[in-house]
Design a protein around this ligand. Structure first.
Ligand SMILES: NC(=O)C1=CN([C@@H]2O[C@H](COP(=O)(O)OP(=O)(O)OC[C@H]3O[C@@H](n4cnc5c(N)ncnc54)[C@H](O)[C@@H]3O)[C@@H](O)[C@H]2O)C=CC1
Ligand SMILES: CC(C)CC(=O)C(=O)O
Ligand SMILES: [Mg+2]
Length: 361
């Protein structure tokens, strides 16, 4: 049966890396005999330019009528002067996550052996690499809590955001982390700031309660400031990192960089029905957009996560991951991860090499 995919490339490097992910999905369809129908739509800054709104109704309707959403990234300097609530991130990405109740954001970070040189950690620390899964709560916390706003003027002008977590919201994301740990390294480290924030006291309490249902999984708690430090000191100590929305956002960028580049980190954002939006963890990278040098791997691996979590096509997902690994082993790398930038390849050549590796396997 054909599955319908809403393809939303967005802004900056989004369209460049999306083109490569589609090439890889096309090759995977041929190899594994499944069928995808893509429908493309504007989202983010490009949608503001073309339709006057970052999340046009037609785009939302397409997502609702699709089996999965493949998303690029949104935002950039062109739209930064708009009022904050009209900017692409706040007017498109966050509402999309909320609309589909995509509370569970999975961000796997592992070092491919051939990228050990790109990892900023000392070789003696990175050793045989590491394999971490950041499980981030995505539809609540300080990014969504009300009230938020600005009031007053002069020296007394103030701005405020509110961090709110309901017991049920913490419980459901904690369960996702424990379920993931069960089939991985059997360890959950919950990241909080329970020494300062009341929401995080509840967070720790609820996570501890959920752990009772998973006696086979070890639970640890860590304050977020220490967690960022420990990730650099000894990332191998972690298996699943369970985080609230903002801490997970920050921790996953750090984890991405430890794998060599922001351009390596894929993600899946899922709801309780396992409907998902699949996107790179990074943004629109305006500093390199339009140059044909962006690393398409995060987008390609996000397409792989779509096959695994969104469409149940595990074999094809694994084949995409193996093709990425095989390509890196041949030292075919974009500038962000290549040991020698002069020998790096561009976005399209990287995508072509991954397609070739998939076809050869
Ligand atoms: N999911 C989304 O749509 C997200 C959107 N943003 C938006 O993107 C814009 C830029 O944000 P930044 O803070 O600069 O973060 P960013 O993630 O776009 O870029 C940070 C750094 O990582 C590099 N980078 C990111 N992806 C890369 C790739 N595929 N290949 C090679 N290098 C890559 C960039 O060149 C830059 O040096 C902003 O408007 C921001 O709000 C940021 C994060 C997520
Ligand atoms: C709009 C932001 C919350 C996007 C982001 O940085 C992320 O999801 O990692
Ligand atoms: Mg982020």
């Amino acid at each position: 049966m054909t599955k319908k995919i809403a393809v939303l490339p967005g802004d900056g490097i989004g369209p460049e890396v999306m083109a490569e992910a589609i090439k890889v999905l096309d090759a995977a369809q041929k190899k594994f005999g499944f069928s995808l129908e893509y429908e493309w739509a504007d989202v983010g800054g490009i949608a503001i330019d073309n339709h006057g709104h970052a999340l046009p109704e037609s785009t939302l309707a397409l997502c609702e009528a699709s089996d999965a959403i493949l998303f690029g990234s949104v935002g950039g300097p062109k739209w930064e002067s708009l009022p904050p609530e009209q900017q692409p991130e706040r007017a498109a990405l966050l509402p999309l996550r909320k609309h589909f109740d995509l509370f569970c954001n999975l961000r796997p970070a592992k070092v491919f052996p051939s990228l050990a040189a790109a990892c900023p950690l000392r070789p003696d620390i990175v050793g045989d690499g590491f394999d971490i899964l950041v499980v981030r709560e995505l539809t609540s916390g300080i990014y969504f809590g009300q009230p938020k706003g600005r009031e007053g003027s002069g020296p007394d002008e103030k701005a405020f955001d509110t961090m709110v977590y309901k017991r049920s919201e913490i419980e459901r994301i904690a369960r996702m982390a424990f379920e993931a740990a069960r089939v991985r390294g059997k360890k959950v480290t919950s990241v909080d700031k329970a020494n300062v924030l009341t929401t995080m006291v509840l967070w720790r309490e609820v996570v501890t309660g959920v752990a009772a249902d998973y006696p086979d999984v070890e639970l640890g708690h860590i304050y977020v400031d220490n967690a960022t430090m420990q990730l650099v000191r000894w990332p191998q100590q972690f298996d699943v990192l369970l985080c609230g929305n903002m801490f997970g956002d920050i921790i996953s960028d750090e984890a991405a960089m430890l794998t060599g580049s922001m351009g390596m980190l894929a993600s899946a954002s899922l709801n309780a029905d396992k409907f998902g939006l699949f996107e790179p963890a990074g943004g629109s990278a305006p500093d390199i957009a339009g140059q044909g040098v962006a690393n398409p791997i995060a987008q390609i691996l996000s397409a792989g996560m779509m096959l695994r979590y969104g469409l149940g096509l595990e074999e094809a997902a694994e084949a995409i991951e193996s093709a990425v690994s095989a390509t890196l082993e041949k030292n075919i790398m974009t500038a962000d991860i290549a040991p020698d930038r002069d020998k790096s390849v561009g976005t399209a050549a990287m995508g072509d090499a991954i397609v070739a590796a998939l076809e050869e396997a």
